[in-house]
Design a protein. Sequence first.
Length: 447
Amino acid sequence: MASAVEYLAKNFSFETFRKSKDLKKRIWFTLVILIIYRLGTFIPLPNINPAVISEFTRNHASGLFGILDMFSGGAMGRMTVFSLNIMPYISASIIVQLLTTMSPQLEALKKEGHAGQQKINQYTRYGAVALALAQGYGIAIGLERMMGQSGSAVLDPGLSFRFTTMTSLTGGTLFIMWLGEQITKRGLGNGSSMIIYAGIVANLPAALFNTFAMGKQGALSMMALFFLLIMVLGVILFIVYMEKAIRKVPILYPKRQVMSGGTQQQSTHLPLKINSANVIPPIFASSILLLPMTIAGFADIDPTSWFGKLSRLISHGQPLYMVLFSAAIIFFAFFYTAIMFNPKETADNLKKSGSFIPGIRPGEATAEYIETVLDRLTLVGALYLCCICLLPEILLSQVSLPFYFGGTSLLIVVNVSTDTITQFQSHLMAQEYDKLFKKNRVKGLFG
């Protein structure tokens, strides 16, 4: 094994990538799919007044509308057929995962292997369609009520417009789901993550240009601009460090006999990430807290009413928003981790294989130990997410910069980038393993 690792380290170079036809096909395929996705973000919905939509986007850039516009790569701000992006599918997948832990039938399906997982994926797609239809209808109603200086946002309101908007947005979501699945199967990286990543990255150049333009116009001092750059670099480095951090729980396998007549005991470890929930907690926390402000904007609610006052109290930079945002991140971090990782199931698998954690009895004691370790790690991960998301939010609220420099967007960009690089290296490593095994096979035949 050591000689194989040394061989791989010695021959791991750009030449390896140049000769990897399969990897290059995957990269080109991913780029083509992302280009198709970006083109779709510019196809507008029918019967829309773009001037009113543009005015509304400028006035509500700090609410949930702004976050959805960021995740959709600007599609929501242009009100295109891809406005809902892949968010209905992500929401449906989380709902199905939650139901899987509560429903014995779905839990039994999950244990059936590939066939059961295919059925669960199908249920997720049905859920995504239902959510997309409901959200599409809500958007259609909101657009009909939207007014601007140049008139109504809808040129021809009515039942026909609502039906067309619902079907267009749902069709766009289904097409994006299909594009994401193609990336996962035939491309590089996770399809859903790459779609969101492409939307954020595509608007980063414009956000950078506007930021530097603010510096030239005097709206943002050069000292503040320099501090912003240092903050972004520091946040990126901190995210990379924390996302790579794991807690290694030692595991011992049963002793086995070796050729010399003695026994040998193998050991490995159970890797537990500090941030098992990834970027899900900040996304859900932001969506829930900013929902009242967005409803107030769509429904044209009186700012002096109790609902209008509440929407102002939980806007960006307000103390109540910071407290509720932190509490929501911590809650969703524990909630999503509990859905994704089952300590009892892991303990049962270790017991069936005869493996154990040193000093811990197999079975229930092992499950309690893993759960305790996981809870402590999740608390650290939740506090890390709070720091990453709140510090940029406080600073950005003071200088009115876009969401693209916020903690949530940076978290998504860094996570997807590191995961894609890991898959890239895995493909190259697999190719080198194949070459190594073929070389040893030839030596065995003729040597």
